[in-house]
Write a protein that binds this ligand. Structure first.
Ligand code: AMP
Ligand code: ZN
Ligand code: FE
Ligand code: FE
Length: 290
């Protein structure tokens, strides 16, 4: 069995490779399967799935959804859902609308701070996919308003910074619901970013999500230390969750951080058996006859 990567972004959201490029790149790296998990959108999946079929690499339908959570951030990864499911499509259209309402507010706030940025410039660097804050950061960098991508977030775009604008998010229970209705399985992404106090708090948090249908935990992630990985692994086992992982490869403003698809910073080797487990769970919960 080969290796996999279950957390990747493309130009459909804020990655810099198109879905077909990332599929071909994964193939050159010798991976057996990848999941494309763009933020709030499945627009890249059609292209990714057909390229995978063409070159012989398994592409798993995926998505990363930001859920309501404070003060940290909570991202849910959906896998193996039906990409044409009407409820899923409806819920995602809602997120697109929320984003379309938020982005001009960021432009306005930047303009009021004396920064000359237009929505058109930002849309241009997004490469035609969904527009997000990383694209704003790129424009601020390109125009010399900041010296680094990270500085753009720290000074202007991050939560609490002067050009930050709120955007609607689903509650975790809602996201869990519509992904499962579309016959998908859900894993909690990078538990580290939740900002919880210690592992016992995280365990209670996970057990609550398990009641709402959570099936996996992203244990392997480039920002998790070896010690964190071992704690998360224990927690996943205690909560009955599949141990998943991925690199969160965007290659957007991340040049030079040494992160690569499939391997992270060299420490990751995720076996295909994870996909087998996720599929088994999904197939168990499918309605009879499917
Ligand atoms: P958006 O969905 O448009 O609000 O953009 C969110 C994306 O911006 C995240 O997925 C990250 O890629 C990036 N991001 C958010 N906060 C930060 C931060 N503090 N520093 C760097 N990147 C960030
Ligand atoms: Zn991102
Ligand atoms: Fe995330
Ligand atoms: Fe991500």
């Amino acid at each position: 069995m080969g290796y996999i990567d279950l957390h990747l972004h493309t130009t459909a959201s804020d990655g810099v490779m198109s879905p077909s490029e990332i599929v071909r790149y994964a193939k050159t790296k010798g991976l057996q399967a990848i999941a494309i998990t763009d933020h709030d959108t499945i627009e890249g999946l059609g292209e990714g799935l057909s390229e995978g079929e063409r070159i012989g690499l398994e592409v798993i339908p995926g998505i990363e959804i930001s859920a309501e959570h404070s003060p940290g951030s909570m991202h849910l990864l959906g896998y193996l859902f039906d990409i044409d499911h009407p409820l899923l499509k409806d819920r995602l259209a809602h997120l697109q609308k929320a984003r379309a309402e938020r982005n001009p507010k960021i432009v306005e706030k930047l303009n009021r701070l004396g920064i000359k940025v237009s929505y058109e410039e930002v849309a241009k660097v997004s490469g035609g996919g969904q527009v997000g804050r990383p694209h704003f950061a790129q424009v601020l960098l390109d125009k010399g308003y900041v010296r680094s991508f990270q500085e753009a977030f720290d000074r202007f775009l991050k939560k609490g910074a002067p050009a930050y604008a709120e955007k609607f998010r689903f509650k975790a229970t809602e996201a869990l619901h519509f992904i499962q209705e579309a016959n998908g399985v859900v894993a909690l992404a990078h538990p580290k970013t939740l900002g919880l106090n210690g592992y016992s708090e995280l365990e209670s948090f996970l057990l609550q999500l398990v009641k709402d249908g959570l099936k996996g935990l992203e244990v392997y992630y480039p920002e998790h230390s070896a010690l964190e990985v071992s704690h998360y692994k224990t927690l996943a086992e205690r909560c009955g969750l599949v141990i998943t992982g991925g690199t969160d490869y965007h290659y957007h403003g991340l040049e030079g951080n040494g992160l690569d698809i499939g391997v992270g910073r060299g420490e990751m080797r995720l076996p295909y058996s994870i996909v087998v487990e996720l599929k088994a769970i999904r197939n168990r919960s499918l309605p009879p006859g499917r």
